[in-house]
Design a protein around this ligand. Structure first.
Ligand code: HPA
Length: 291
């Protein structure tokens, strides 16, 4: 298939416009008008976790998503919707402060555009973070969990459609979707700073409603420890591009039916806010180790 034939699949009802690699080239050109460095680490900050950006000292280059052609807006409360270039202990980082989700009506390809862009700009590792409901009885709200693996329960895949060989292979291996070496670095950092870190499987769902208790019992039987509405598409795109991934979930609430209490976005945001210091310490420690 020639480059010109590979089109970026769009949301249902939208007209297919231009090839994905062309969209990425255009988006990179816009970034280059503001920032000419090469990020080493790419980071996605999930619901309520965006305040990590405020913890980064020094000069920042901030570009709103709506200035970047092809980049979907982040419309959910708690997602700032901007790309931030900065340095963490002299490690150049690019941060997505907020993300878009399938449940907002975006196509899987749109949802992963930001990841593809950050990796196109040269980032060599991806750290993906999210808010998630905890399934394990051992967990409590406020815990941080290293994602060891995922179950894609969204029914979607960002790689469906024509494959752009310049980005990655048609059939990417997902055996080590979450890089064991990066996970061990995070575990070492957690030990050093005295942080209790959980480890488990993340089930990615479409949303936007929270799960029923019966669905949560099913996910438990399937081997999941946490459930959330993001991340899996982004990790698939990163693995397609051959980039190793570290995944960190903030367990913002116990999943439906576990504590019996009703779930709300307010509780998710509150818990994420409560753990922001620990979360920041962990991220700073990991990025420092990647120097
Ligand atoms: N379910 C799905 N997504 C979530 C949850 C949950 O319980 N908490 C935060 N994001």
């Amino acid at each position: 298939m020639t480059q010109a034939e590979i089109f970026e699949p769009m949301a249902p009802g939208q007209i297919r416009s231009r090839p994905l690699s062309q969209s990425l080239t255009e988006a990179c050109a816009t970034i280059r008008e503001h920032y000419d460095g090469q990020p080493k680490v790419a980071l996605i900050l999930g619901s309520g976790l965006g305040s990590f950006v405020e913890q980064i000292a020094g000069k920042k280059t901030i570009i709103a998503y709506d200035e970047i052609p092809g980049m979907p807006e982040a419309r959910v409360p708690g997602h700032a919707g901007q790309l931030v270039f900065a340095e963490v202990d002299s490690v150049p980082v690019v941060v997505m402060q907020g993300r878009s989700h399938l449940y907002e009506g975006y196509s899987p390809q749109e949802v992963v555009f930001g990841v593809r862009l950050m990796l196109r700009l040269g980032a060599q590792e991806l750290i993906v973070t999210n808010a998630a409901g905890g399934l394990s009885e051992q967990f409590s709200a406020g815990d941080l969990m290293i994602i060891s693996d995922h179950i894609n329960f969204t029914g979607k895949n960002c790689l469906a459609g024509p494959n752009d060989e310049s980005l990655g292979t048609r059939f990417p291996d997902m055996t080590c979707a979450y890089d064991p070496h990066l996970a061990s670095i995070a575990e070492k950092v957690a030990l050093d700073i005295g942080l209790r870190l959980r480890r488990g499987v993340y089930a990615g769902v479409l949303g936007p409603c929270y799960e029923t208790p019966a669905e949560i019992r099913m996910f438990d039987k399937l081997g999941a420890h946490a459930v959330g509405m993001s991340t899996v598409q982004e990790v698939i795109a990163a693995r397609h591009m051959g980039v190793p991934v570290l995944g960190i979930s903030c367990i913002t609430n116990m999943a439906a039916g576990i504590s019996g209490a009703p779930l709300s976005h307010g509780e998710v945001a509150e818990t994420a806010d409560r753990v922001k210091e620990r979360f920041g310490q962990l991220l700073f420690g990991v990025i420092r180790e990647l120097r």
